[in-house]
Design a protein around this ligand. Structure first.
Ligand SMILES: Cc1ncc(COP(=O)(O)O)c(C=O)c1O
Length: 421
């Protein structure tokens, strides 16, 4: 962790901010101290941009004995998850939806609940995940326009302004971190442009690859929907769709003139369930992923009430990212994002140096027990690879994960170059 960060100052800041939320101290879902200390099996280091490494406590919570989803004990754990999710996004009153499914279910929820047939949506496209979000919106009958950034770049605010002036858009979507390019968009800036030019347009952020690794101030930045999932910065195994909607977005949903054309993704079904659980009583529409909720609860408790504050967590991600990117550059790798400002802090996308290809790098890293991801953006797919540095890998420096990855990459490059001479 960066020694320059003033932890005391950051802690005071976080305490001041959190005083204004109703933060309930969450007791562990079961008493670990009386039980055998669980330690996960040795395994290869998972540094793809999600799923990520999870802590022993989170994995142990996932192995909670089976519980009734209607029991008061489970209801209070679910209720705490709802409150802690809101806290991570610095929101007082936005509505979380925690539903079994992956991040993609968030796109379906946005498309089904906030748009009516033939309404306009504007998609800011920095890569693969915006293509897919646009596809989902169209599947539900939306009229979608896209502003496409060059590979590694972000959409210019002046272009967004022109588009918003040219047509009435019900919503705009922006991918906070596009996992295919490691490009970070300035969602605060995008929301400002929307507020100025088209204040009724809902600002929808695909934050699947950014919640808990990048700061998101939902209320003060004017974000209406945050779509995310359990398996990245939130440090939980995959399988939980997490969506948080502002009260403004909920009103838009409530004032629809046509019925929602989805069943499992319908907020009509889920809103009463989420409200019941937040009031610590259970309700049923479809069975929640009980054990995953216990795991999510354990991770949220570590993120919001652990020894590292939320602000320190963001700072740790920035620090680890800078350190890894600098080391990679010194080795001769070039990053995909075109500028430092547009570079994610929870992951890195690197072009292979001249003369090298995926098979020179990825299998060698794997042999050293480091699991990274190949390219995903169609136009550069075979030219780059991706490394995730989120969650426990960066907030627990004792693990030495970042150093291990840097050392393995250094050694890999040396070996790969040696085969080419
Ligand atoms: C930015 C982004 N959006 C959406 C998704 C889709 O999430 P999931 O794969 O959990 O359905 C991902 C997955 O990696 C993502 O990175």
């Amino acid at each position: 962790m960066n020694p320059n960060i003033s932890f005391k100052r950051s802690l005071r800041l976080s305490q001041a901010r959190f005083r204004f939320f109703v933060l309930q101290k969450s007791p562990p879902a079961r008493n670990m101290s009386t039980e055998h200390k669980f330690v996960q099996a040795p395994h290869k280091l998972l540094v793809i941009p999600g799923p990520i490494e999870v802590t022993d406590e989170v994995l142990y919570a996932n192995a909670h004995p089976s519980m009734s989803h209607m029991s008061p004990d489970f209801a209070s754990v679910f209720g705490n998850c709802i409150r802690m999710t809101r806290n991570i996004l610095y929101s007082k009153d936005a509505q979380p939806f925690l539903i079994a499914g992956s991040g993609t279910l968030g796109w379906d929820q946005v498309s089904a609940n906030l748009l009516e047939p033939n309404e306009n949506a504007l998609v800011l496209n920095c890569g693969y995940f915006a293509d897919s979000f646009a596809d989902c919106l169209q599947t539900y009958g939306a009229k979608v326009d896209q502003l496409k950034a060059e590979v590694g770049g972000t959409v210019k605010e002046s272009d967004i302004e022109v588009a918003l002036k040219s047509k009435k858009y019900k919503l705009i979507t922006v991918t906070h971190v596009d996992t295919s390019t490691a490009v970070l968009s300035n969602i605060k800036g995008v929301a400002e442009v929307v507020r100025k030019v088209s204040p009724d347009t809902l600002v929808v952020v695909d934050a699947v690859c950014s919640v808990a690794s990048e700061e998101i101030q939902m209320d003060s930045w004017g974000i209406d929907v945050v779509v995310t999932a359990s398996q990245k910065g939130l440090g939980t195994p995959p399988g939980l769709s997490i969506l948080v909607a502002s009260q403004k977005a909920i009103k838009v949903f409530e004032n629809r003139s046509t019925p929602v054309r989805a069943y499992y993704a319908s907020w009509k079904k889920w809103l009463p369930i989420m409200k019941a659980y937040e009031g610590n009583s259970a309700a049923y529409f479809a069975t929640p992923p009980v054990n995953l909720i216990y795991a999510y609860h354990a991770s949220l408790a570590q993120i919001t009430q652990g020894s590292v504050s939320l602000e320190e967590r963001f700072a740790a991600h920035k620090d680890a990212s800078r350190r890894f990117k600098k080391a990679a550059e010194e080795l001769g790798f070039k990053g995909v994002p075109l500028s430092e400002n547009a570079s994610a802090n929870g992951m890195t996308a690197l072009y292979y140096p001249d003369g090298l290809v995926a098979s020179d790098i990825i299998p060698r890293l794997l042999k050293k027990d480091i699991v990274v991801a190949g390219g995903l953006h169609a136009s550069i797919k075979d030219k780059y690879f991706r490394v995730g540095h989120m969650g426990v890998t960066v907030v627990d420096p004792k693990r030495g994960d970042i150093d291990n990855v840097i050392n393995a990459l250094t050694e890999t490059l040396r070996e790969a170059k040696a085969t080419k001479v």
